[in-house]
Design a protein around this ligand. Structure first.
Ligand SMILES: [Zn+2]
Length: 100
C-alpha cells in the first residue's frame, strides 16, 4: 500500500497546474517547464521570428516594447513574455536582440 501511495506523490510532483503566462488559461505542465499552454508554446517560436524581423528591419531605431507591439498589433504582454523567457533583452527601455 505504501508503494502505491508514493507513486501518486511522484505524479503530483512531476506535473504542475499553472496559469499560462501568455493567455492566462489554466494548463498542466511538466515539472520545471515554463508556464505556458500548448497553444502558446506553438505560437512562441512564430512570435519570436516576427519580433526578431521587426527589430532587424528597424535596427537603426530604438524600439520599445510598446513600439514593437504597435507594429505587430499584438499585446505588450506577449513581448514581455519573450523578454522574460530570454529571447530578447531590454537595454534602458529599448528592446534588443541578444546577438545585436
Ligand atoms: Zn496560453
Amino acid at each position: 500500500m505504501s508503494y502505491c501511495h508514493s507513486r501518486v506523490v511522484n505524479v503530483v510532483v512531476a506535473f504542475d497546474l499553472v496559469k499560462c503566462k501568455m493567455c492566462g488559461k489554466a494548463t498542466v505542465v511538466s515539472f520545471g517547464m515554463r508556464p505556458v499552454c500548448d497553444t502558446c508554446r506553438a505560437k512562441e517560436q512564430e512570435l519570436y521570428t516576427l519580433v526578431r524581423t521587426v527589430l532587424r528591419d528597424h535596427s537603426d531605431e530604438r524600439l520599445t516594447i510598446q513600439d514593437v507591439a504597435e507594429i505587430l498589433e499584438i499585446d505588450e504582454k506577449e513581448i514581455m513574455y519573450l523578454v522574460d523567457s530570454g529571447y530578447f533583452q531590454l537595454k534602458m527601455r529599448n528592446l534588443q536582440l541578444y546577438d545585436a
